[in-house]
Design a protein around this ligand. Structure first.
Ligand code: 4NP
Length: 170
């Protein structure tokens, strides 16, 4: 996934991307951050999230997303922002929640280097279903819990191979 050596001076930068940046990608940001912190690997990662739309810019994570995350001991502290092409320069890996986000990111990519940074979240899910993290926005709380569980499995699957790239760990 990466040839980059990860050190605390050069942390690995991951950007999670969905449509609104209020449900799925803030959950992924919070869950991944929580897992690396638990494993004392937080100095080696820089995590953020963004949306392909500007519809909810400035808003905190959705209240149902926060409710479910809190149930599992995870805090969601993000404020929504729109993805910008300059994010391709800043981040090592850009992870789309579904096929639509994936396609939109590819349309914004400026070159092969940008394209190669784009992946889909459920590539890292041991139980990948149809490959998409479903949009929970118009549904009930059960949908948000389903999304949380998918994101937790995928985040663990994403972190595991990256651990071997960490160099200056004692
Ligand atoms: P997200 O969910 O992409 O997971 O943040 C959505 C949030 C808002 C809308 C759609 C999806 N919306 O249509 O406003």
């Amino acid at each position: 996934m990466t040839d980059k050596t990860i050190t605390s001076e050069k942390p690995y930068k991951i950007l999670f991307v969905c449509l609104g940046n209020i449900c799925r990608s803030p959950t992924a940001e919070g869950v991944f951050q929580h897992i690396v912190k638990e494993q004392e690997l937080d100095p080696y990662f820089y995590i953020d999230s963004a949306g392909t739309s500007a519809w909810h810019v400035g808003e905190p994570a959705n209240s149902k997303s926060r409710q479910i995350a809190n149930k599992y001991g995870v805090e969601l502290n993000s404020r929504a922002r729109k993805f910008d092409a300059s994010d391709f320069d800043e981040f090592d890996l850009i992870i789309a929640m579904d096929e639509e986000n994936y396609r939109n990111l590819h349309k914004m990519a400026r070159n092969d280097r940008d394209q190669e940074k784009i992946r889909k979240m459920r590539e890292f899910d041991p139980d990948p279903g149809n490959g998409n993290v479903p949009d929970p926005y118009y549904g009930g709380i059960d949908g948000f819990e389903h999304v949380f569980n998918i994101i937790q499995r995928s985040s663990e699957g994403l972190l595991e191979p990256l651990k071997s790239k960490i160099q200056d760990k004692d």
